[in-house]
Design a binder for this molecule. Structure first.
Ligand SMILES: Cc1cc2nc3c(=O)[nH]c(=O)nc-3n(C[C@H](O)[C@H](O)[C@H](O)COP(=O)(O)OP(=O)(O)OC[C@H]3O[C@@H](n4cnc5c(N)ncnc54)[C@H](O)[C@@H]3O)c2cc1C
Length: 541
């Protein structure tokens, strides 16, 4: 029997953004936080580096703003950047207050009463401003916030619940546009339950799973972007997908990042025949910026038709390698690769979705009562290229402002409970699951080949044609068969892939992460790519 739940706030997503929002809302509100797998299954848990913030006395807000604008290729929205950076110290203090065990720097604290936590520096940042918990910052943040959330009696944490679609007044044929809740598949019972809420928040993370190779966990299917689009929200800048240059290439190593620090310590990128290739692409060779290295690897793989290239640090003393890179050493050894003796097979991998659901400074979308926060949103902070460690920061700052906005609207927002349940009368159980797995695989492969790191008009058109076929098939399947997590994810991936392709086709220039051989130059005026459901053939009820 399907259930009907009522909450004040429904938070879809239990990563940094969703948990922060739940913890900053007033304790008298009934809040549900959903995760489609285990609570830890988002990207947050896997974040390694840290969180960027202006914490050091010698650093300034101006400097952090300027670095972010420089990285963003002329497309950052300056007021969003400023807003995020201005709230960075407050965000870190809040995390410290929650108990996040950031790595300490006893020396600075002792010597001059300065900031007591260790700060590192990452690409694009002109100061040390990355606060971290060793090399597992995401896990430290997630575990701390989860423990806090578990202690809140008003917060219900619900695992294995896949949001299927948002419920809006428009979809129910009522007058008005408000979001009233969501239909949610309970994976344990197999039923689709109805959740009504006064406010609904999409905190569903990115969409990197649309690509064959990704550093993201399995759930990064762009569900929030797809649900928001179907509910009538604009989306933007989805052509800007950040690729990490080096992910371990091994059939069993799903998404293991090989840190850039290896190249910093002298590791060389080589072709299968042992030849070094980076000096042909950039005078900084292996130390060129992330997007240049990713593009060079992609170019060589496509040119030679090979599955991977190799990252070689075996010329360094074995003790040095083991001391500096214990995690990479151990993990590769698990897969039978001794990096002190042999090169590591690597491929670039989709890492971060810079665009997303268009929101204002409070995370509010185009649909009243619906918010999008974290990686699923598009605030204008990242522009055409995300600067390292600004993404977690955005999760916290946007969750704070969404929380304030919800507080300010509590008195004027009622719960609408008169919502019909999920209708399953016309669907049956599928005996053709192979369609889902095959289409999923096909989509991710051609997205990698045609809409990946280096683009071309012809390839984008090819991808568009294939997607429209997959969309038809997936739609048919969705209409006739009982929903499953895999089917829902495929449906969302196909839609998000089509939105990525539309954004990529619309951008007739190379800017930031979007590089196309047909339009290698940059236009004088930098403009966002905004897609509007009501104007688009991709819009589906
Ligand atoms: C390997 C790796 C390293 C990174 N390192 C850094 C770093 O050092 N610094 C930094 O700033 N950023 C880093 N990032 C990026 C950063 O981790 C993410 O941008 C951020 O964690 C996103 O948080 P989020 O709360 O938006 O979403 P996530 O943490 O991805 O959480 C998404 C949540 O939504 C749920 N969900 C999704 N769809 C549905 C649905 N349909 N129904 C119900 N629930 C759903 C998921 O189950 C999950 O709980 C890294 C990312 C990766 C993958």
């Amino acid at each position: 029997m399907s259930q009907h739940y009522q909450h004040d706030v429904l938070v879809i997503g239990s990563g940094a953004a969703g948990l922060t929002l739940a913890l900053t809302l007033p304790e008298h509100l009934r809040i549900a936080v959903l995760s489609k797998g285990n609570l830890s299954n988002g990207s947050t848990y896997w974040a390694q580096g840290g969180v960027a913030a202006v914490l050091d006395d010698t650093d300034t807000i101006e400097s952090h703003v300027e670095d972010t604008l420089n990285a963003g290729g002329g497309l950052c929205r300056e007021e969003s950047v400023r807003f995020t950076v201005e709230h960075s110290r407050e965000a870190i203090q809040w995390l410290i207050d929650q108990g996040v065990p950031f790595t300490r720097d006893d020396q600075t604290a002792r010597e001059d009463g300065g900031f007591e936590f260790h700060l590192t520096r990452e690409g694009g940042h002109s100061h040390r401003r990355i606060i971290h918990a060793a090399d597992a910052t995401g896990a430290a943040i997630f575990n701390t916030l989860l423990e806090q959330a578990k202690q809140r009696r008003n917060v219900e944490l619900l695992e294995q619940r896949v949001a299927v679609d948002l419920i809006t007044e428009r979809k129910l044929g009522l007058s008005g546009e408000r979001c009233l809740g969501a239909y949610v598949l309970n994976r344990a019972s197999g039923e689709v339950d109805t959740f009504s809420a006064r406010f609904v928040i999409l905190a569903t993370g990115g969409a990197a799973k649309v690509y064959l190779y990704t550093s993201n966990p399995d759930g990064a299917c762009g569900d929030g972007i797809a649900m928001a689009w179907r509910a009538g929200c604009r989306v933007g800048n989805l052509e800007f997908n950040q690729f990490h240059p080096t992910c371990l290439y091994h059939p069993k190593a799903k998404s293991f990042l090989v840190t850039e620090a290896l190249r910093g310590e002298g590791a060389l990128l080589k072709l299968p025949n042992g030849e070094r290739f980076m000096p042909r692409f950039d005078e900084r060779a292996e130390l060129a910026p992330r997007d240049i290295v990713a593009r060079a690897i992609d170019h060589e793989m496509k040119r030679l038709g090979v599955d991977c290239v190799f990252l070689d640090i075996s010329h360094k003393p074995a003790d040095f390698v083991k001391l500096h890179f214990p995690t990479v050493y151990e993990r590769c050894l698990d897969f039978g690769i001794d990096i002190t003796k042999e090169p590591i097979p690597v491929v670039p991998a989709a890492h971060y979705t810079c665009g997303g659901v268009v929101v204002d400074q409070n995370g509010h979308t185009d649909v009243p009562g619906l918010y999008a926060i974290g990686e699923t949103s598009f605030t204008g902070l990242h522009g055409a290229n995300r600067m390292a460690s600004n993404s977690l920061l955005e999760c916290f700052v946007l969750a704070f402002s969404a929380s304030d906005d919800i507080r300010s609207k509590l008195a004027i927002t009622e719960l609408t409970d008169d919502i019909p349940g999920w209708d399953e009368s016309l669907v049956t159980r599928s005996n053709e699951e192979v369609v889902v797995s095959h289409n999923w695989d096909e989509l991710r492969r051609f997205m990698w080949a045609y809409v990946g790191i280096v683009r071309k008009d012809e390839r984008l058109q090819r991808a568009k044609r294939r997607i429209s076929l997959l969309a038809q098939e997936t739609d048919e399947y969705y209409k006739h068969y009982i929903v499953s997590k895999d089917l829902l994810e495929l449906r969302n991936l196909v839609l998000v892939a089509s939105l990525i392709v539309e954004c990529s086709i619309a951008r007739k220039e190379s800017r930031g992460l979007h590089f196309t051989v047909d339009h290698p130059g940059q236009l004088d005026k930098a403009e966002d790519t905004i897609l509007v459901p009501s104007n688009s053939p991709l819009a589906k009820p």
